[in-house]
Design a protein around this ligand. Structure first.
Ligand SMILES: CC(C)(COP(=O)(O)OP(=O)(O)OC[C@H]1O[C@@H](n2cnc3c(N)ncnc32)[C@H](O)[C@@H]1OP(=O)(O)O)[C@@H](O)C(=O)NCCC(=O)NCCS
Length: 159
């Protein structure tokens, strides 16, 4: 069975949260401090609180009756938005789910009138960089001593 990209539903919050935590907790590029921060960024309470927030949207990939991917998008004034995390369960990677989540996110941003999306990726995250590059993002600069004193790459894409 293939996957589908849908909006996060209340009953899938626990599964989405478990996936996000599993991936962030084991991500080799982030310092322990950064992992602790990102784990606390997406708690079930935060996901629940913003589920119907018109300025924040959570998308998930569902396959085999479970949540296997996650991404989110937030709107800012002035037509510029920021691509936050895109996460796929390690067992389901390399089959186009990451790209499909990104495509869905870009479509939502365009629909909301955004003309530009920006992203940052931690240096050393080759899978993250690959996803951004093949989704049409252009690398702008290296951000030294950025979040939690780690180096990042800054990206942008015209929508
Ligand atoms: C980055 C991440 C989301 C990518 O997820 P993914 O589902 O493996 O992504 P995709 O399968 O769409 O694309 C990965 C590669 O597999 C290839 N691929 C796509 N469909 C495929 C298929 N059916 N069979 C084999 N390979 C395929 C793609 O071509 C792509 O390579 P390319 O980018 O050079 O074109 C995933 O590695 C991840 O969760 N990483 C940890 C979290 C993270 O660091 N996120 C990014 C920063 S926020």
């Amino acid at each position: 069975m293939g996957f589908e990209i849908v909006s996060l539903r209340a009953r899938d919050i626990e599964q989405a949260h478990a996936l996000i935590h599993k991936v962030i907790r084991n991500h080799p590029s982030y310092s322990p401090e950064a992992r602790r921060f990102w784990e606390s960024y997406y708690t079930p309470a935060v996901l629940r609180k913003h589920l119907h927030d018109t300025n924040w949207m959570f998308l998930v990939a569902r396959q085999d009756g479970k949540v296997v991917g996650f991404t989110d998008i937030m709107w800012f004034e002035g037509g510029v938005t920021r691509s936050d995390w895109t996460i796929v369960d390690p067992c389901y990677r390399g089959h186009g789910i990451g790209h499909a989540l990104m495509r869905a996110k870009l479509a939502v941003a365009r629909k909301r009138g955004c003309h530009k999306i920006i992203a940052d990726s931690i240096v050393g995250n080759t899978e993250g960089e690959r996803l951004l590059k093949s989704s049409g993002f252009k690398k702008l600069a290296r951000l030294r001593d950025y979040w939690f004193h780690q180096d990042y790459q800054l990206w942008e894409k015209q929508l």
